[in-house]
Write a protein that binds this ligand. Sequence first.
Ligand SMILES: Nc1ncnc2c1ncn2[C@@H]1O[C@H](COP(=O)(O)OP(=O)(O)OP(=O)(O)O)[C@@H](O)[C@H]1O
Length: 275
Amino acid sequence: MASSEVTGGTVGSPGADGAARPGSVRLDHVTHRYGRGAEAVTAVGPVDLTVPAGEFLVLVGASGCGKSTLLRLIAGFEQPTHGSVRVSGTPPRPGTAAGVVFQQPRLFPWRTVRGNLDLALRYAGTDRSLWPQRRAELLERVGLEGTDARRTWELSGGQQQRVAIARALAAENPLLLLDEPFAALDALARERLQEDVRRVTAETGRTTVFVTHSADEAVFLASRIVVLTKRPGTVALDLPVPLPRGDGDAQELRNSADFTALRARISDCVKAAAS
Ligand SMILES: Nc1ncnc2c1ncn2[C@@H]1O[C@H](COP(=O)(O)OP(=O)(O)OP(=O)(O)O)[C@@H](O)[C@H]1O
């Protein structure tokens, strides 16, 4: 499937200057191949995509279409085989290009919540005298006030993922990358965290790229949705989401006719793009 509402990922393209703004992402003709020779697997590409600063882009697609690969390229964990990746106008450096949240929280289990966040604050170069204040702010943002002294294994899966989000926010990086962060959670925890991520990213104004299989999650979170074709993933649909992004009632939004219609459209597109 190659049809797209707007092809080429240049919706809202901010041009040369805008593409260098803190938190902006630009992929030019990006292809990524794993392995060599007969073993080689082309995971994505070619992909052209510009994500202006402050946008909440959700990448949706069937399993194995290359969503995580695209995210890893943006994080700088992988180098493209062809093409170029720019974050804030420069090639991304792993560990500093973006705050990253994975499917599993990947916390240090022998450390407390405080210990995990302090490590992130140290890594971010935050002045030590500011750590207690920053830690309190971060925990409040993710709804975990007063949990500093808890061991991470004492927390539920949803709470652990909240700590992982707080840790990713600690660096005050203008770009946040999330790779199916709620996939292992039950439906209720998932909805709550979706609401919190929506609020936190709106409050902090960060550019966000979020990977999911779920059309429902995509429509709830995104200001723009990109559906990928089956492997090698290319842009099948690039669609701005016209739903309100303010402080409105989340349940009302989920129940609205516009939401339901868009979810059905994205779901159909993901299926068609995978075949
Ligand atoms: N390190 C690797 N070495 C070889 N092949 C890989 C590697 N990582 C991913 N692949 C392959 O690249 C393709 C894309 O993988 P990727 O994980 O990016 O897809 P995905 O859309 O995120 O999948 P899922 O939704 O199942 O997580 C798959 O065919 C996968 O097997």
